[in-house]
Ligand binder design. Structure first.
Ligand SMILES: Cc1ncc(COP(=O)(O)O)c(C=O)c1O
Length: 399
């Protein structure tokens, strides 16, 4: 498929720009992202440049630690990323991934016994465990808001969070885009609700950069963590953490190093010797997106994932977790009732799709049904989703 308003190829015609195995229908961009070949090549050239004089490159040029003129290259790159996500440069630091960003906030937050952290039924599992760990260590509680299924109006979600907040809640950890369902949550309304009750808000935007436009400075959250390696075409491991200026002094990286007490950006910019090439390659990923054209990309991916979702709803008569107006490039659609609806069956089906049919897609169990989590990226075509549906139709019942 080619979008006539973009000079860039989409679908099969774009495959030579991506390192994916051509034998696999890759319908799972959301899980860990895929990095375009040209960005991987830029990362490799950055690595080689570092290796030409590693100590000078890392300690002087990149981090600006050893008496080099400041800002170092990492800070300048952070400034470019800040521009992409609507932040002031000094409010944003790099982290390895969204899990690390969430851990930085949770471990620094200073929870006390009897206080509570609000999560949701669909908080990403790794972040959910980080919340539980922080609460366990502090003697604090976790309160869990329900996620309506299906959700018809963003206000339903705000109502559920309002219902779950207690007078002891000090922090709410909320997704911008829910991992399993692709639902885009009304962050501004959620922040206003929480702030009105004196509750700080950490937004987990792991899937947001590159899927939706961001303006972190005006979103109103206290803390925002995200990945650029999912939808913003950066190499793994490229995460960011944004913290509102007044709270930065209290937030420390999970790994403490030389920057302690030197300020927010210094603390995060050097946390021991690391491969910084993914962070330094982030502008190349952003440039790749810009060249595709963000509007064209958005239209293509949203239209494709909904063409696929509607086709599956027509075939199987099931639900999608939300409608098109609450999703970006990912959806969740119910599988036929013939499958046993537990997590073990979901993983079995996922494995069978990959091993027997060379289809990579996410499957999960929810509300007595199995669901597919569909992702659409520029390299996908509707035929791949149709093939997936044909394979599902041909499968025997497992219930
Ligand atoms: C909402 C959400 N948060 C956090 C993560 C974790 O991302 P990472 O493993 O890059 O930290 C994911 C991964 O899919 C996610 O969907």
């Amino acid at each position: 498929m080619t979008d006539s308003t973009s000079p860039v190829a989409f679908g099969r015609a774009s495959r030579d720009q991506w390192p994916l195995d051509p034998e696999i229908a890759y319908l799972n961009h959301g899980t860990v992202g895929v990095t375009p070949i040209e960005v991987l090549e830029i990362q490799e050239s950055i690595r080689r440049e570092i290796e030409s004089n590693p100590s000078a490159k890392l300690l002087r040029d990149i981090s600006g630690m050893l008496g080099a003129p400041r800002p170092g290259r990492l800070r300048r790159v952070a400034g470019e990323v800040a521009n992409f996500v609507g932040s002031r440069p000094d409010d944003l630091v790099f982290v390895g991934n969204a899990t690390e960003g969430a851990n930085a906030v949770l471990r620094s937050f200073g929870l006390r016994p009897g206080e509570a952290v609000l999560t949701t039924e669909k908080t990403y599992g790794g972040v959910d465990r980080a919340v539980r760990h922080a609460c366990r260590q502090a003697g604090a509680d976790v309160v869990v808001a329900t996620v309506p299924c299906p959700i018809e109006d963003p206000a339903q979600f705000v109502d559920e969070v309002a219902r779950a907040l207690t007078t002891n809640t000090r922090l709410a950890v909320l997704d911008h885009i829910i991992s399993e369902t692709g639902i885009v949550l009304p962050v501004r309304e959620l922040v206003d609700l929480c702030h009105a009750q004196g509750v700080r808000v950490l937004i987990d935007g792991a899937h947001a950069p590159g899927q939706i436009d961001l303006d972190l400075a005006s979103l109103g959250a206290d803390y925002y963590t995200a990945n650029l390696h999912k939808w913003a075409c950066a190499p793994r491991s490229c995460g960011i953490l944004w913290v509102t200026a007044e709270l930065q002094a209290g937030i420390h990286p999970p790994v403490i190093s030389w920057g302690l007490d030197q300020g927010f950006t210094d603390e995060f910019d050097w946390i021991g010797t690391r491969d910084t090439s993914a962070w330094l390659s982030a502008p190349a990923g952003i440039e790749f997106l810009e060249r595709l054209g963000r509007d064209v990309l958005r239209r293509h991916n949203h239209a494709l994932v909904w063409q696929a979702t509607d086709m599956m709803i027509d075939r199987w008569g099931g639900l999608s977790a939300a409608g098109p107006e609450m999703s970006a490039f990912m959806t969740a659609v119910q599988l036929p009732e013939k499958f046993a609806a537990d997590e073990a069956s979901a993983q079995q089906l996922r494995t069978s799709l990959l091993e027997n049919h060379r289809i990579e897609v996410s499957v999960f169990a929810w509300h007595q049904r199995l669901w597919l989590r569909l992702s659409a990226q520029v390299y996908n075509e509707i035929e791949e989703f149709e093939h997936l549906a044909d394979v599902i139709d041909a499968m025997p019942s497992s219930s």
